[in-house]
Write a new protein. Structure first.
Ligand SMILES: Nc1nc2c(ncn2[C@@H]2O[C@H](COP(=O)(O)OP(=O)(O)OP(=O)(O)O)[C@@H](O)[C@H]2O)c(=O)[nH]1
Ligand SMILES: [Mg+2]
Length: 258
């Protein structure tokens, strides 16, 4: 299990800070955007974390983010994945929320901290503050909503601007159950994903199509990149930009064996 000491930037002990997937040296402070965001959002009264969030027994912790226009189904995908539920009514996310889910990949316990961001423009300043340190993104559009597909390029630019170079991205065309209302052909989605260098899935939170696959593929891609990074872990980062995935893993071993 990883060593979790020190404190995050607002002074919360790292043992109580669920956001830092880091082994922090004692007495050191590390920037933690989520804690700062929580502090801003609730004027110093941290929101209670879900019970699973306190579980410290894991080999790896990955921070993932769901992004994309409002109403594309980000929250629905998360609820389908984490709780296997679906609600037809639309309650737009305010700011940001998260769920924790632990998965097993090749005998390793991987704790996923999945952040569900609000798609509405007015929350953009808050949500982009959470991009830092995210290891993977699900960039979601709605196959029955052309505007949400046109916005994908802008979302990809946001990832480039606010996250680090090693973040992995999967493009998800959600609501593929709405075949009669579809305005974005599957091939268009695949072409754009290829252009942007992302993997691509169509999914349906409603009919539970490809939901588990999308999340698990993202975990696998992160593990693959982590292992590649560990292969050259003795070499300094060529461009000096950002940190390698290996540097944020709390794992005590050198390889995640995913
Ligand atoms: N038919 C269909 N409807 C869906 C699907 N996923 C979500 N919806 C519906 O689409 C609406 C919006 O879903 P949300 O998950 O709240 O959207 P969101 O992306 O989280 O929106 P914001 O929180 O505003 O960013 C809701 O009414 C959902 O029930 C799907 O796969 N198929
Ligand atoms: Mg939402």
């Amino acid at each position: 299990m990883g060593t979790r000491r020190g404190a995050c930037q607002i002074g919360r002990a790292v043992d109580q800070c669920e956001h830092l997937p880091l082994a922090v040296p004692a007495n050191q402070r590390v920037s933690c955007e989520p804690c700062k965001g929580e502090e801003m959002a609730s004027a110093g009264e941290p929101r209670p974390a879900p019970p699973d969030a306190a579980d410290q027994s894991f080999d790896y912790m990955f921070k993932l983010l769901l992004i994309g226009n409002s109403s594309v189904g980000k929250t629905s995908l998360l609820f389908r994945y984490a709780e296997d539920t679906f609600t037809p009514s639309f309650v737009s996310t305010v700011g940001i929320d998260f769920k924790v889910k632990t998965v097993y990949r090749r005998a390793k316990r991987v704790k996923l901290q999945i952040w569900d961001t609000a798609g509405q423009e007015r929350y953009r300043t808050i949500t982009t503050a959470y991009y830092r340190g995210a290891m993977g993104f699900l960039l979601v559009y709605d196959v029955a909503n052309a505007e949400s597909f046109s916005a994908v390029q802008d979302w990809a630019t946001q990832i480039k601007t606010y996250s680090w170079d090693n973040a992995q991205v999967i493009l998800v065309g959600n609501k593929c159950d709405l075949e009669d209302d579809r305005v974005v052909p599957t091939e268009e989605g695949r072409r754009l994903a290829h252009e942007l260098g992302f993997e691509f899935f169509e999914a349906s939170a409603k009919d539970n199509i490809n939901v588990k696959q999308v999340f698990e593929r993202l975990v696998d891609v992160i593990c693959e990149k982590m292992n590649e990074s560990l292969d050259v872990s003795d070499a300094p980062a060529a461009d000096g930009k950002g940190a390698r995935l290996s540097e944020v893993s709390p794992a005590p071993t050198r390889s995640c064996a995913c």
